[in-house]
Design a protein around this ligand. Structure first.
Ligand SMILES: NC(=O)c1ccc[n+]([C@@H]2O[C@H](COP(=O)([O-])OP(=O)(O)OC[C@H]3O[C@@H](n4cnc5c(N)ncnc54)[C@H](OP(=O)(O)O)[C@@H]3O)[C@@H](O)[C@H]2O)c1
Length: 244
């Protein structure tokens, strides 16, 4: 079989909808075997059916240590290694300064920061030499977005993870890169109030929002040998939104 990811074993957290699902699907089309996670079994079942082959769904929450331990047990038992990790599970909830509760802060940081750290750290023992770690960031990590104090800070912080891990994992030739989307047409954007959608749209030089498949294409690039000399970068797939 021809493909850019033949015989690679990949993990895509939050692979049941949106960018994660499109990425898992693209990886399988390129020859990979993919583990996907998410909290809702119903969406995992749908994603598994949609992808159709070489995919294994494991229900779990990336903010819960026990769920991550279970995930790594299954992957270790069934495949024994990981060549690609896409730390994608995440969400940007809105709360303007003045309305940020401790509970909101903890929830956003647990999901978008702690979840990434403990996903990658937990997987590390079975990550192969030469592997590719891809963290899904956001343009909100570099641009101010009203209401996204906590989310933007978490996405800025994972940018720092990539710099540090590039050095810490260099002896094993493991690459870590950030893939930062601009506004992408997935559930959260589809359900955004029209004025929020229009505000995002107005900031995109290419004049349209992006599609999950367009992020998936960039993830295939970062996962594959096509990017083998690229590590520690933040690749924006944002229609230019954070670039101007
Ligand atoms: N769409 C955009 O405009 C945009 C822009 C920039 C960055 N991003 C980033 O892209 C990533 C994917 O977002 P998306 O737009 O594709 O959103 P989405 O369609 O809502 O997908 C989120 C995925 O993560 C899973 N998930 C959420 N919380 C989880 C948890 N605690 N544990 C495990 N899985 C969890 C969801 O499944 P369950 O809910 O069933 O758990 C789902 O599979 C996120 O990191 C987001 O910050 C998105």
């Amino acid at each position: 079989m021809a493909g850019k990811l033949v015989s690679k074993i990949a993990l895509v957290t939050g692979g049941s909808t949106g960018i994660g699902l499109a990425t898992a699907q693209a990886f399988v089309e390129e020859g990979a075997y993919v583990f996907i996670t998410g909290r809702r079994q119903e969406y995992l079942d749908r994603a598994t059916a949609q992808i159709g082959r070489n995919v294994r769904a494991i229900q779990g929450d990336v903010t819960k240590s026990d769920d991550l331990a279970k995930l790594f047990d299954v992957i270790a038992t069934e495949r024994g290694k990981l060549d690609v990790i896409v730390a994608n599970a995440g969400a940007g909830d809105f709360a303007p300064l003045g309305q940020i509760t401790e509970e909101f802060y903890n929830r956003q940081i647990d999901l978008n920061l702690r979840g990434v750290l403990f996903t990658v750290q937990g997987a590390l023992p079975m990550v192969s030499n030469g592997a590719s770690i891809i963290i899904i960031g956001s343009m909100a990590g570099s641009k101010g977005v009203p209401g996204m104090t906590v989310y933007g800070a978490a996405k800025a912080a994972v940018r720092s993870f990539a710099r540090t891990w590039t050095l810490e994992l260099k002896d094993r030739q493991i690459r870590t890169n950030i893939l930062s989307p601009g506004p992408i047409l997935t559930g959260p954007l589809e359900s955004a109030p029209p004025e929020v959608f229009d505000q995002f749209l107005a900031g995109i030089p290419m004049g349209r929002v992006g599609l999950p498949a367009e992020i998936a294409n960039s993830a295939v690039f970062l996962a594959s040998d096509d990017s083998r000399f690229i590590t520690g970068v933040e690749l924006f797939a944002d229609g230019g939104a954070a670039q101007v």
